[in-house]
Design a binder for this molecule. Structure first.
Ligand code: G3I
Length: 361
């Protein structure tokens, strides 16, 4: 385990590289043809939609072309990892926001909004927390205090700089029952409402979201979020939006009722967002697979454009060069809009053309 001072130095170095590495002129590194003589962010702005990408901050610091395209094509960014609990509070009460702040500074420098990801999850928790719960040195009462302190500190640090927060991430199982995480087992179901109330108290301007995968269509899992949203909002809990990750696989059918799903949350007065879209395939990629992928990207975006309260569409990285997919799904990949060489894939062109040719209702 790297020493604290080493970790901080490395994190600070990354931060400096990101801020100093101001995006060179767009033409310096080419990138996919803008098409229609413009970029995704300019086309999306005409549709009153934010188009975003998750950002690998190490790549942002080291890869000029990645940095240029991140700034040029997107008007919203999400930290892929550096705002997660293990990254910002590696030691209890000791925060390291260097990499996260560098991304926020990059976004502000490039006129981009920032999605906050994520205040509460069952993954990527710091070892002091998981070990403390496991060995009993952190009991339920103390865990609740730890959670409240983390949410409050994190939200106050980024207050006014983040427009949408994924407050709780992946809290339901596929069958619509609550995930049996340490949060549920130790604190009971009230931890969810507590998280939203604490987040709102710390930054009343931020829009607070649920976020999960396999909730693109209407199914037991997405309906569990819908029912919980109805109940919490009736109790005055500040739940503002529903984040749909959108991690799809062309090997499965396209989810049904995507637009109807968005519309039912809109019917509650809630925003929705696609927060982590990537559409993987079994390698090698070929023309037919890439065409199916392009159509699936287009269909998700189309559903969002058809529902005014769908406010942002974020891809989980835009180039196959840095995708999480190959490390997680053996034999799969090619999930993003551009390939490893930053060439536009049919999916990029489908998103671009959908943004260019639609007229949002
Ligand atoms: O930071 C360590 C580094 O010190 C170490 O040297 C290196 C090699 O072991 O690992 C680094 O940690 C990695 C971390 O990303 C930061 O890069 C973890 O191993 C790796 O498992 C982790 O993967 C992330 C994954 O969440 C963790 O579950 C992916 O990059 C990230 O794309 C993915 O994102 C999630 C969303 O947050 C929530 N929705 C699902 C999505 C995909 O799983």
């Amino acid at each position: 385990m790297a020493s604290r001072s080493f970790r901080r130095a490395a994190s600070a170095a990354t931060a400096v590289l990101i801020v100093l590495g101001a995006a060179p002129s767009a033409s310096a590194f080419g990138g996919p043809p803008a098409g229609h003589g413009t970029t995704l962010r300019k086309l999306a702005a005409r549709q009153d939609l934010r188009i975003g990408t998750a950002v690998d901050t190490a790549a942002l610091a080291s890869d000029d072309r990645y940095r240029t395209l991140t700034a040029r094509q997107f008007d919203s960014v999400t930290a892929e990892n550096v705002m997660k609990w293990e990254a910002v509070e590696p030691e209890r009460g000791v925060y390291d926001w260097a990499a996260a702040d560098a991304l926020v500074n990059f976004a502000q420098h490039n006129g981009q909004a920032v999605r906050g990801h994520t205040l509460l999850w069952h993954n990527q928790l710091p070892a002091w927390l998981t070990q403390g719960v496991a060995d009993g040195s952190i009991d339920a009462a103390e865990l609740r205090q730890v959670l409240r302190a983390h949410i409050t500190t994190q939200m106050k640090h980024f207050r006014g700089k983040i427009y949408q927060w994924d407050v709780v991430n992946e809290v339901f199982d596929e069958d619509g029952t609550l995930r049996k995480s340490l949060w549920l087992e130790k604190l009971g179901p009230s931890y969810i409402a507590d998280a939203f109330r604490w987040a709102h108290a710390a930054d009343p301007q931020a829009k607070l979201f649920f976020n999960d995968y396999n909730v693109e269509g209407i199914n037991p899992k997405s309906t569990a979020y819908y029912d919980l949203a109805v109940r919490l909002r009736r109790e005055g809990v500040p739940v503002h939006g529903f984040g749909i990750q959108g991690h799809l696989d062309i090997g499965y059918g396209f989810p049904s009722d995507v637009q109807a799903n968005l519309e039912r949350f809109a019917g509650l007065g809630m925003q929705s967002a696609f927060t982590e879209v990537d559409i993987r395939m079994t390698l090698p990629a070929d023309a037919a697979k890439l065409a199916r992928q392009a159509d699936d990207y287009r269909r998700l975006l189309d559903a969002c454009l058809n529902v005014r309260r769908c406010t942002s569409f974020t891809v989980w990285g835009f180039t196959d060069k840095y995708s999480w997919v190959p490390d997680t799904f053996d034999g799969q990949g090619a999930a993003n809009l551009m390939d490893e060489e930053y060439a536009a894939k049919p999916a990029f062109e489908a998103v671009r053309d959908e943004l260019a040719e639609r007229r949002r209702r």
